[in-house]
Design a protein around this ligand. Structure first.
Ligand code: UDP
Length: 248
């Protein structure tokens, strides 16, 4: 498997055909795995949160969720990994119509709509269960118990970062089979509540710009960008052996 290492993370560089072959192998192992779709925000937060960084590093697969990771990799290694976003992965998995799923996340009416849409559009994809993402601790325990009981192939967790990652960390301790994936706001899109950026914008890597235009509040979440760019540049300078401090 081709992996590109940046900032301590091994990013998968894999096409979907190969990815689905790998997924088949993982499912046959009857063990629990999880995938992380990495973005600059997670990288920056994980810099200060060792447990989060360890959790990401132990993922079975780490994907480049967007242009930030792709460009960072290109600058540091000369290689650009295949971009694999949560929503792309989810749509492709559903499209296969051969796997079973448990969905967690989104507002109650959004979750209902998403489940309905999946049943209509992908009748071969079995929904073992689903639950919206606004629950208390007791509710969470009940959801995890239900996932354990229903044994889905995939547990798609759309609680946004870092909630979904905390949820998946609890699954690691409980489940002994299935693949969990944090899918951010994908359920909003599947339900039809929100629209994806047009294909062309996605192709050139500016989906984030479209999302900011649609939801200006998101711009507040760009606090991490400066730190991310700086992290990448520091690594790059290191590679070029440029240092800001006198060498001993
Ligand atoms: N969400 C949730 N429970 C929470 C907070 C958020 O289910 O306590 C859901 C929210 O409804 C949305 C998703 O998590 O569906 C987060 O979407 P966002 O677009 O912010 O995630 P991103 O893709 O940016 O990680």
């Amino acid at each position: 498997m081709n992996k590109i290492k940046i900032l301590g993370y091994e990013i998968m560089d894999i096409d979907y055909k190969k990815l689905f072959q790998e997924i088949e192998c993982l499912l046959q192992k009857k063990r629990f795995f999880y995938f992380v779709t990495l973005n600059p925000e997670i990288v920056v937060v994980a810099r200060e949160a060792q447990e989060l960084a360890d959790y990401i590093k132990k993922a079975q697969m780490i994907f480049a969720d967007g242009i930030g990771i792709v460009l960072g990799s290109k600058l540091l290694t000369g290689k650009a990994p295949q971009k694999i976003t949560g929503i792309d992965l989810v749509e492709k998995l559903l499209h296969k119509q051969k796997y079973s799923f448990y969905l967690v996340g989104a507002k109650p009416h959004v979750m209902e709509k998403a489940a309905q849409k999946i049943k209509e559009k992908y009748p071969g994809s079995e929904l073992k269960g689903y639950h919206h993402g606004y629950y208390d601790l007791k509710g969470e325990q009940a959801i995890i118990k239900d996932i354990k009981k229903t044994r889905p192939d995939f547990i798609l967790v759309g609680l946004g970062f870092p909630n979904q990652d905390m949820f998946i960390r609890k699954l690691i301790k409980t489940l002994n089979q299935g693949i969990a994936i944090g899918i951010g706001g994908s359920l909003d899109i599947i339900s039809g509540t929100k629209k994806r950026a047009p294909f062309l914008l996605r192709k050139i890597g500016v989906e984030w710009l479209y999302r900011a235009f649609k939801e200006p509040k998101r711009i507040l979440r760009w606090y991490f960008l400066q730190s991310y760019v700086w992290l990448i540049l520091k690594e790059w300078f290191k590679k070029l052996k440029i240092t800001f401090y006198p060498q001993r």
